[in-house]
Design a protein around this ligand. Structure first.
Ligand SMILES: [Zn+2]
Length: 573
């Protein structure tokens, strides 16, 4: 069978991919990768495109979501190859909405480009950027009814699912693109390489013979993988999923539409670059459809694309580290993840969690620490004498605490002192070595709560204060209803033992004292770990992990933009 790997068409696609990538990197108006997209924003962009368009981009309202938000469709092209593309049917998967909006910009700006002309002349493109505006507004996978639209292809209980189905029936596309985000930690095979893109030609029902339209979709996916490999080798996988009759990809495929699922995955570079790559990929696939470059089949076929791995990759793994004394404990691997910021942005790596513990040998990790000769315990919390927002322990003092196994220092802020409140705001802007937590002492405020007190306390919590010492239950319940969950209230009348220490300390002035830590690293807790060469409270620290970052060795740290006094849970077990 002839294959097209040495064909001019392959070179044309690769050249176009590189051109698109270059263009997107420098496009001044590309969708801001850091913002949460809304349907109003989509409308604003589409309206502008429609007004400016030399391409006669037609923008219509396709229908309404469950909460009556509009859903838009953009139509362009004058050919007979009908291509349907829809993004963000899962509300928290926005990447391809950005890609589609930028793709429309690109097609308009480069309508005369020799590789864009065939797309316009031979295709008719219908794009639905953001099929689930309700899910997008709430930043959740499901729609406003709590339905996963991509499991509603048979049932059609969601208005969004009904719109998609009737769109396929009205338009009768030959090609379909089902555009999603997947876990940013999923790998290719069981390697450490993260899947930047995962591809699938959704299968037909088991037992059904492959159809020409399915085969065409598989060829397109194989071409996509080949293009990706040239720019990011090893970072493209075949999406792993069984046949699901209730999923839209499968249903659309079963209608004779060559359908391809594209999942945006994770990245080791930046999310902006990840979006650029997906922009270049989708543009190139449209050219492949326009020129028929999916025939003859590529030498490296669809089933040669390596499958996604079985596990998500940890952000950090501490391998074979001793936890507990040798008699009572043993060696384990700790899997640590940072809370992922928005899928579109490169947020700061903060709020780490120990997400797995045990024999984690099969799980890859982005970063590894060999713990063979190390022992880890939970890091301690220190209450430091005279520590207020006006007198924060210096970097040197924090380093000294770090060497003794403290990951958190706690100070006291006087709620009645304006200078304390102002300094708290300044402190919140300054990166600290350790977790710097502030307890609010309300005893200096007048006993009767007032609007002014409330405003002050809530303001301080917004600036990073974590704990409020109050002296009566009424005030406590009044505050509890108004403060975020992360804020901790201490009421001396109802104190557990460890909190009592704090309240007593608050009452009599501060000296360096410690809160007993749970000793062992615990699942679900932050990765604040004191790591020494043996398990002993006075052992010399080899590493002090604060939120998974080693503060003793700057070489083992990573960039921490915007990292400052995160809210902490200093007393929960
Ligand atoms: Zn999805």
């Amino acid at each position: 069978m002839p294959t097209n790997d040495n064909d001019d068409r392959t070179d044309q696609l690769a050249g176009f991919f590189a051109f698109c990538r270059e263009w997107h990197q420098h496009h001044p108006a590309k969708t801001d990768a850091a913002r949460q997209l809304t349907i109003d924003y989509v409308h604003e962009r589409l309206a502008q495109l429609e007004a400016d368009s030399e391409l006669s981009i037609e923008v219509d309202t396709l229908g309404e979501s469950y909460e009556r938000r509009p859903i838009y469709i953009a139509k362009l092209g004058r050919g007979d190859r009908r291509v349907l593309l829809w993004s963000q049917m899962h509300g928290d998967e926005p990447s391809h909405t950005a890609v589609l909006l930028d793709l429309l910009d690109f097609l308009q700006l480069h309508a005369q480009h020799p590789s864009v002309r065939p797309i316009i002349d031979r295709c008719e493109l219908w794009m639905v950027p953001m099929l689930s505006p309700d899910g997008a507004a709430a930043n959740t996978r499901r729609n406003a009814q709590g339905i996963d639209i991509n499991r509603d292809a048979r049932n059609l209980a969601s208005p969004e699912g009904r719109l998609l189905k009737s769109l396929v029936r009205d338009f009768v596309p030959q090609f379909g693109f089902n555009l999603h985000n997947q876990s940013t930690r999923r790998t290719v095979s069981n390697t450490r390489k993260v899947a930047m893109a995962s591809l699938m030609a959704p299968p037909l029902a088991p037992g059904n013979m492959p159809t020409p339209s399915l085969t065409r979709a598989e060829h397109l996916a194989a071409i996509a993988a080949r293009l990706w490999q040239r720019h990011a080798p090893g970072h493209v996988g075949r999406y792993k999923a069984d046949y699901m009759a209730r999923a839209f990809g499968e249903w659309v495929q079963s209608q004779g539409v060559s359908t391809m699922l594209i999942e945006v995955g994770g990245t080791d570079t930046s999310h902006a670059e990840l979006l650029t790559m997906h922009f270049a990929l989708l543009s190139s696939l449209l050219l492949a459809i326009a020129t028929g470059a999916y025939e003859p089949p590529p030498a490296q076929g669809y089933y040669d694309i390596p499958l996604n791995g079985d596990f998500d990759r940890f952000d950090l793994a501490l391998r074979r580290v001793q936890i507990g004394t040798t008699e009572r404990g043993g060696r384990v691997d700790l899997g640590i993840n940072w809370k992922s910021a928005d899928r579109l942005s490169d947020g700061p790596l903060r709020q780490s969690t120990i997400v797995e513990l045990g024999d984690l040998e099969p799980h890859p990790a982005a970063r590894e620490i060999d713990g063979q000769h190390l022992a880890a315990r939970a890091a301690d919390t220190a209450f430091v004498d005279n520590f207020t927002p006006l007198a924060i322990p210096s970097h040197e003092a924090q380093s000294a605490l770090a060497r003794r196994g403290f990951a958190t220092v706690v100070g006291l802020v006087d709620a009645s002192d304006d200078r304390h409140v102002d300094a708290l705001a300044t402190m919140a802007q300054q990166p600290q070595l350790l977790h710097v937590a502030m307890m609010i002492d309300t005893s200096t405020l007048a006993a009767v709560p007032s609007e002014e007190h409330l405003r002050r306390i809530v303001g301080m919590v917004k600036l990073g204060a974590t704990t409020i010492v109050v002296d009566d239950l009424n005030t406590a319940s009044w505050l509890r209803s108004l403060l975020p969950e992360s804020a901790r209230l201490i009421v001396p009348a109802a104190l557990p033992a460890t909190s009592e220490q704090i309240a007593m300390g608050a009452a009599r002035g501060w000296s360096l004292s410690t809160l007993p830590s749970p000793e062992r690293p615990l699942l679900g807790r932050r990765a604040d770990l004191a790591v020494a060469n043996r398990f002993s409270p006075d052992a010399e620290m080899q590493m002090l992990l604060v939120d998974g970052h080693d503060v003793l060795d700057p070489a083992r740290q990573v960039e921490l933009p915007g990292w400052f006094c995160p809210p902490i849970e200093i007393m929960s077990n």
